[in-house]
Design a protein around this ligand. Structure first.
Ligand code: CTP
Ligand code: MG
Ligand code: K
Length: 175
């Protein structure tokens, strides 16, 4: 059980970091360029080019560092192929962006909480893109128990980290 939790956390770390990096380094020009549809923004000011690039880069660096670490550790942890090094962080950012698109369409303004969607958007994005681009590595690494742990553990971790980011004034809301 502990092994499954460790593998789940390790394998998803390159997808966890991007959101936090986007919060820290985001800003500037929004991806939607201010465009609206039916009177509402497509994505909103919370989805910026800078945040997306910084988040993807940060997750990529984390995956590369974990690859180096896994050769140093005696325990058998997954290494990330070049495809997953990119798809885990890029997929996480895409999932978060897709969630904003959904949130604007259902009438939620930027920064409002949609429980469930907020905590799992990046997980679904990261897993989905990785499953498409690196199917063999995906099915070897993300077994059913690992996916179950990811789906349960992620919202708890995400909420915990966001509360900390909020307390440190890095983030406007504690979710
Ligand atoms: N951020 C960014 N670019 C991204 C994702 C996040 O610049 N692709 C930054 C923004 O400053 C954003 C903050 O990180 O406000 C928090 O991210 P998030 O909670 O995902 O965005 P919200 O502002 O809550 O907007 P939304 O309601 O669209 O999710
Ligand atoms: Mg938010
Ligand atoms: K979000």
């Amino acid at each position: 059980m502990l092994e499954v939790i460790v593998i789940a956390f390790w394998s998803m770390l390159p997808a966890y970091i991007p959101n936090n990096a986007a919060v820290l380094f985001g800003g500037g020009r929004p991806i939607d360029g201010g465009r609206t549809y039916n009177g509402r923004r497509l994505l909103g000011d919370g989805k910026t080019w800078q945040g997306t690039v910084a988040g993807t880069l940060a997750g990529t660096v984390v995956a590369l560092v974990l690859n180096v670490l896994s050769t140093q550790l005696s325990v058998d942890l997954p290494t990330f192929p070049a495809t997953a090094v990119l798809t885990l962080p890029a997929g996480a950012m895409m999932g978060d962006i897709a969630a904003s698109l959904i949130k604007r369409r259902i009438g939620r303004d930027r920064g409002t909480a949609v429980p469930g969607l907020d905590q799992l958007d990046f997980v679904v994005g990261a897993l989905f893109l990785t499953a498409i681009v690196a199917p063999a590595w995906f099915s070897d690494t993300f077994t059913v128990p690992v996916i179950l742990v990811v789906v349960i553990l992620t919202p708890l971790l995400h909420l915990g980290l966001n509360v900390i980011a909020y307390r440190f004034d890095w983030k406007d809301e504690p979710y």
